[in-house]
Design a binder for this molecule. Structure first.
Ligand code: GLU
Length: 477
């Protein structure tokens, strides 16, 4: 097969990049990369009322964050109106499309009558040219739409990359509107705006798209698109429709039931490689592999092993995947992410090596960068130990030992070994057990009773901060 594989993702810029779109973008991208082909970003902005530049910017930012690099684009449909118009003119001339002058009121009446007769509502073809048919006279002042002259007979069949063979009878399919007139009051040379099913075909044709991965909700559109491809004499791409993603309540994942945008997960402290890994597994598998790199996915993703059944969004599994990636992540990179996270809380942290060391010490117990930042806040801003912790752990018996430890810490070299020794010496001197000393130290210095090994934690603070926070106990003596 010498054909160059070309795939695309074609989001509508009416909101953030949805997780479902991100997944099809990932499959399209991986498929192109696997075959040494190209991946195109197209912005389907023909819904002028709902499309915004802000959404375009968000979508591009999310693609970049996920590392889904495209070879062409963004290509905006609204910049291609003249092209759609030209194709429509050719189709009208060829008899595969026609102008329809039905007004909305007329269409309503038509549907109403069909409902009364117990028929499924459909366009009755009154403006559809047929050999020997007399069309109605063109009414004054009605701006026509253009409809595709869909074949009346036969069956549309394709071998879906995900779902296998699918057939739909042409009798089931109406003559679709492919071009709407320009808005009332638009400039005289304004062009009509194409509908999704038409623009998508012209674009996939012009852009040489060979494989289309998209969501299940488009299965019903594909027969129209195939018919239009055929009317244009354009080569058909292969289609793959990925099943919907269900929320943990078994219903379609939607805004009303939690975060559905890529941006939300970025903000919640997920790493892009973890999101990619998780999204990849949501509807595709390679044996039992759960954690794999982008390169591995590209090597494995040949369009097979795509699941036919809906995938279930599983926040706990995503958190687990993210935790695996946080464990493996470079500590300096984590430090930068934590600094950015703290900045959103109004906390400025300097870029020193200790921030990376703190990430190294705490990352094993975190599932997100946000959790890591929750831990590392204590190094930047004063802590407020809970009254209950102070009452439980700062017992009369242990206070003199805490004062003694503070004096020792004031005099030693500031490193983990020396701090560990100071703690051991204090325990021995005061005949107490390690937790009796270590827990109140944690409560005072870290604001919580549990942390990783206390000498390692203290060594990552400034000595002055530790001495200050331990000073608290002197006042209680
Ligand atoms: N704009 C469409 C969507 O976002 C694209 C569908 C397709 O890939 O053909 O659902």
């Amino acid at each position: 097969m010498s054909q160059t594989i070309r795939t695309r993702i074609a989001p509508s810029p009416t909101g953030f990049l949805h997780l479902g779109t991100a997944r099809t973008a990932l499959y399209s991208w991986a498929y192109a990369r696997h075959h040494g082909g190209q991946f195109v970003l197209r912005i389907e902005d023909t819904d002028v009322a709902r499309s915004t530049q802000d959404s375009v910017d968000q979508i591009i930012a999310s693609m970049k964050w996920l590392g889904l690099d495209y070879d062409e684009g963004p290509i905006y449909q609204m910049q291609r109106l003249a092209r759609y118009q030209a194709v429509v003119e050719q189709m009208i001339a060829a008899g595969t499309a026609y102008r329809c002058y039905c007004t909305p009121t007329e269409l309503d009446t038509m549907r109403e009558a069909q409902r009364e007769r117990g028929e499924k509502t459909h366009y009755d073809g009154r403006w559809r040219p047929e050999p020997g048919k007399q069309l109605p006279p063109v009414p004054e002042g009605v701006r026509p739409v253009v409809r595709f002259r869909n074949p009346r007979d036969g069956v549309v069949t394709w071998d879906d990359l995900v779902k296998g063979p699918i057939s739909i009878a042409n009798q089931e399919i109406d003559d679709l509107i492919i071009l709407r007139p320009p808005q009332e009051g638009a400039a005289g040379d304004a062009l009509g705006v194409p509908t999704y099913n038409f623009a998508v075909v012209v674009d996939d044709w012009d852009m040489g798209i060979t494989h289309v991965f998209r969501g299940d909700e488009h299965v019903n559109n594909t027969p129209w698109q195939i018919n239009i491809f055929q009317a244009l004499g354009a080569p058909l791409p292969r289609f793959g429709h990925c099943p919907i993603i269900l929320g943990d309540d078994g219903l379609k994942l939607s805004k009303r039931r939690g975060a559905v945008s890529v941006t939300a997960y970025e903000e919640a402290g997920y790493l892009p490689e973890a999101m990619l890994n998780y999204l990849a597994r949501l509807g595709w598998s390679h044996g039992d592999e759960e954690i794999f790199s982008r390169d591995q996915m590209v090597a494995w993703f040949d369009g097979s092993h795509l699941s036919r059944s809906p995938a279930q969004w599983d926040p706990a599994k995503l958190a687990w995947v993210n935790a695996q990636y946080i464990k493996q992540a470079d500590d300096r990179r984590l430090a930068d992410l934590v600094r950015a996270q703290l900045a959103t809380r109004g906390i400025q942290a300097s870029a020193d090596e200790r921030m990376a060391a703190r990430c190294a010490l705490f990352k094993d117990r975190c599932t997100t960068v946000v959790e890591l930042a929750d831990w590392l806040e204590m190094f930047q801003v004063p802590v407020t130990p809970a009254e209950q912790d102070l009452a439980t752990h700062l017992t009369d018996a242990v206070r003199p030992a805490l004062v003694a430890l503070r004096d020792r810490l004031a005099a030693i070299d500031w490193d983990k070994t020396a701090i560990g020794q100071a703690i051991k010496d204090t325990i021995a001197e005061h005949k107490i057990k390690m937790p009796q000393l270590a827990i109140p130290v944690r409560v005072l210095v870290c604001g919580r009773a549990q942390t990783p090994s206390v000498d390692a934690v203290l060594a990552l603070f400034d000595r002055e901060t530790v001495l200050d926070r331990l000073q608290h106990v002197r006042a209680m003596l």
